[in-house]
Write a protein that binds this ligand. Structure first.
Ligand code: KG4
Ligand code: ZN
Length: 350
């Protein structure tokens, strides 16, 4: 089975080819045009995808050594995402599937992140036998889900306000860092002291105000943002400049502590011994280290994607389509009639 995956939900234009479940190519182009604006400008994102999509798909197919007419299925992100950006990739996929007379499988972007730790490059591990807890942390989402063997999942915790990636990006912007600030904070924090300043950890055991934190698997990061802003306003620009790495490390520690504590709490609460972490923020080195230590201590097996597959990529889109098809799910509808059924219906809200 040869699957072409296409991802254009935000600011990465990506295409990948999967042959019998194994990644043959994964080409990603990250848009740099947004840096100047401190965040993704939807209209610019759509135009960049439109400009690059043909070249990126061609490059992925060429690198895979598969000819276009050997493709069996095209899988494309159908949302959630910036609607104009999604439409570029999905319409392109629809046209290509029509031309090649093969089915189009629409894929939910967040579901694809959830299963990204199981992307197979020939070396990766298969999905665990049994249920697992998924921590999905990206620029737009922060979710804790229980994933069943049949690939269905139930969201049991989510952010009440900002996503974890947003917390990185917005506090980083306050520190004068470029967008996206997450990876910059990650690098800066390596030279800083995480105990330099204690920023709030909302809805956790460390939070004085949330006595009922146990069994509450939701997150809140907007208070952290306000706390960083008001604290920075009280410091001189010179002090901030001298302690930039310490501040970055302290912000990062506040985010990481919450993510790790909640994830382990869910696994304990549900008596599940497998955790899979995914999404752009899962590339964070401090988070990777802390969650690994916590999982080891709690005798939980941890699955994390290669950092390459933490941020948006098309290999995860093709992989989820492959997982579903290999478990007997049919690409029921093709390009002829709105093909959005079954593949976006996996999520069950708690
Ligand atoms: O999954 P993703 O590529 O796109 C969305 O679906 O949102 O996630 C992007 C987010 C951004 O907020 C970015 O700052 C964050 O992931 N990110 C990181 C790191 N790499 C990416 N955050 C912290 N540390 C990193 N190393
Ligand atoms: Zn994403």
């Amino acid at each position: 089975m040869n699957i072409l995956g296409i991802e254009t939900s935000c600011d990465e234009t990506s295409a990948a080819v999967l042959c019998n479940g194994e990644v043959q190519s994964n080409v990603v182009s990250s848009q740099r045009c947004h840096t100047l604006f401190g965040g993704v400008v939807p209209e610019l994102a759509s135009r960049e995808h439109e400009r690059l999509i043909v070249a990126i798909v061609d490059a992925a197919v060429k690198e895979s050594n598969i000819r276009k007419n050997e493709l069996d299925v095209i899988a494309a992100t159908a949302g959630p995402g910036l609607i104009g950006a999604v439409m570029v990739g999905l319409s392109f996929a629809q046209g290509m599937a029509y031309a090649l007379k093969i089915p189009l499988v629409p894929v939910n972007h967040i579901e694809a992140h959830i299963f990204s730790p199981f992307i197979n490059e020939g070396t990766s591990h298969a999905a665990p036998e049994g249920r697992f807890v998924s921590l999905t942390v990206s620029g737009g989402h922060t979710l804790l889900s229980l994933v069943e063997q049949d690939l269905s999942y139930k969201v049991i915790g989510r952010t009440l306000d900002d996503a974890a990636g947003e917390a990185f990006d917005k506090t980083g912007k306050m520190l004068g860092l470029p967008y996206p600030a997450g990876p910059v904070i990650d690098t800066l924090a390596k030279m800083g002291d995480p105990a330099f300043h204690l920023f709030p950890r909302a809805l956790t055991s460390a939070s004085q105000s949330s006595k009922n934190y146990q069994g509450n698997f939701d997150f809140s990061f907007s208070g952290l943002k306000t706390s960083v802003l008001t604290w920075l306003q009280k410091q001189s620009p010179e002090y901030i400049e001298v302690h930039k790495a310490d501040i970055a490390a302290s912000i990062q520690a506040a985010i990481v502590d919450v993510l790790v504590e909640k994830t382990i709490a869910v696994a304990r609460n549900q008596r599940i011994r497998a955790v899979a972490m995914a999404g752009g923020v899962s590339a964070n080195s401090a988070l990777r280290k802390a969650i690994k230590e916590a999982c080891d201590k709690a005798d939980i097996t941890l699955y994390v994607p290669d950092a390459l597959y933490s941020t948006d990529n098309a290999a995860m889109i093709a992989t989820l389509a492959d997982l579903k098809l290999s478990r007997g799910m049919k690409a029921e509808r093709t390009y002829n009639n709105a093909p959005y059924a079954s593949f976006t219906a996996g999520a069950r809200r708690a």
